[in-house]
Write a protein that binds this ligand. Structure first.
Ligand code: UDX
Length: 434
């Protein structure tokens, strides 16, 4: 079986490599010639654990190839996946569907025979129907079935999420599309992965509903953390005590500086806009967006307060600036709000991140970078943990105290033990813990 994947971004690369691992012939097509050339030479443009090996092995076995030529990618393909970006549209918060519609039309024009066109990009409910209209108009002569197959890949764990998902969602309206998708996901049927087969609209909405619900869950526990701080309670235990109720579940109840990343901020915004337009406002989602935005700004104020209300001339070390561990992705990271605020307040900021590839460009030029966590800590008046990279957990409190000039620690990810930190003589605060 042969498929084409349009877009060598995060989703296209991971999905393409994983389908190839399932034994499918996959050709990934992208308009960026430099990217395609790099991929052909085995260089992966993003950091995702295991992806380099998966790409190398499958490319080596001849099941995975890269091209800029759509015609070549479509040759002999039974299905084509759209995995192009759907960024937030400037001005109104809607998802920008320019790339999706353009790719759909190009695919239709270049198609040689019957095709199943599957949207993997996250698109607002109703988009599949528009894609269908576009391909029908471009190629009334050809049988092109449209389908929706949203992804639920977490950065840093994307290959595991693809190979062992909680579920697969397929939105199909023809036997042929259902059959093609079932054949593609056969290895997952063998491990008894639940498959939710629905209409195209429903599949599109499932993706937004899932992401928005997780964003609500995080924001909820963040607000519980605020209450814990006022009341002298412990948010970690609140999360555990709540989460052990099977109806609630323990995951995604880690309080922190607010969610970021390439999906939650963009998808919550797009869902809120769609809901408003449909006349069924998602007020919970709207409140979540506002609370999460406010939280990031509050985190900067909290750090400044921990430093005695004035950070002018003080040196602040920041550990972790990516939006979460095991990624080099800076998109909508809380650091993008917090670090500029510290700089604006007069602090000199030294950051350390294990994957700083995009950090320097994304953060203000005034932010300096250290080559290690201890390097950033050396001589600092205060130290902030913004992303919970595992290597930070292993840092001994006494070593930290000895390296730093001051004693203030703001652990916004609760990676350290409050007792051990205080015993080491550090002025330690974390999120929602006494
Ligand atoms: C998310 C979804 O999990 C995935 O299913 C979807 O397809 C894409 O978006 P991702 O953005 O890679 O994946 O990261 P995720 O692990 O979900 O974390 C998102 C943000 O929430 C991060 O900023 C993270 O730090 C934050 N978060 C997550 C918390 O603050 N607390 C939690 O308990 C969980």
């Amino acid at each position: 079986m042969r498929i084409a994947m349009i877009g060598a971004g995060y989703v296209g690369l991971v999905s393409g490599a994983c389908f190839a691992e399932f034994g499918v012939d996959v050709c990934i097509v992208d308009t960026d010639a430099d990217k395609v050339e790099a991929l052909r030479q085995g260089r992966i443009p993003i950091y995702e654990p295991g992806l380099d090996r998966l790409v190398a092995e499958n490319a080596g076995d001849g099941r995975l190839s890269f091209t800029t030529d759509l015609q070549e990618a479509l040759h002999g393909a039974e299905a084509v996946f759209l995995a192009v970006g759907t960024p937030t549209r400037r001005g109104d918060g809607h998802a920008d569907l320019t790339y999706v519609f353009a790719a759909a039309e190009q695919v239709a024009r270049a198609a040689e025979g019957p095709l199943v066109l599957v949207t993997k990009s996250t698109v607002p409910v109703g988009t599949g129907r528009k894609v269908e209209a576009i391909v029908r108009e471009a190629r009334p002569d050809l049988e092109i079935d449209v389908a929706s197959n949203p992804e639920f890949l977490r950065e840093g764990n994307a290959i595991g999420d693809f190979m062992r998902p909680d579920r697969v969602v397929i939105g199909v309206e023809s036997e042929r599309a259902a059959k093609v998708l079932k054949r593609l996901y056969r290895p997952l049927y063998l491990i008894e992965t639940p498959v939710v087969q629905t209409s195209i609209e429903t599949a599109e909405l499932i993706k937004y509903a899932a992401n928005a619900f997780l964003a609500v869950k995080i924001t909820f526990i963040n607000q519980m953390a605020d209450i814990c701080e006022k009341a002298g309670a412990n948010v970690h235990d609140v999360a555990r005590g709540m989460g052990l109720d099977g109806r609630i579940g323990r995951k995604f109840l880690h309080a922190g500086p607010g969610y970021g990343g390439s999906c939650f901020p963009k998808d919550t915004l797009a869902l809120a806009r769609t809901a408003q337009e449909l006349g069924a406002p998602a007020t919970i989602v709207e409140q979540t967006i506002a609370a999460n935005e406010a939280r990031k700004a509050q985190m900067a104020e909290r750090i400044i307060a921990a430093c005695g209300g004035d950070v002018r001339g003080k040196r602040i070390a920041v550990l972790g600036v990516t939006f979460k561990p095991e990624t080099d992705d800076m998109r909508d990271a809380p650091s993008l709000v917090i670090l500029p605020a510290l700089v604006a307040a007069g602090a000199s900021v030294t950051a350390y991140d294990p994957q700083p590839a995009h950090a320097r460009q994304a953060l203000p030029a005034a932010v300096e970078f250290a080559a290690s966590a201890m390097g950033a800590a050396r001589g600092a008046d205060a130290l902030v943990v913004l992303t919970e990279w595992n290597e930070f957990r292993a840092i001994a409190p006494r070593k930290l105290k000895a390296a730093m000039g001051g004693r203030v620690i703001c652990d916004l990810r609760n990676v350290w033990d409050p007792v051990a930190m205080r015993e080491a003589g550090l002025d330690y605060s974390s999120i929602g813990r006494p």
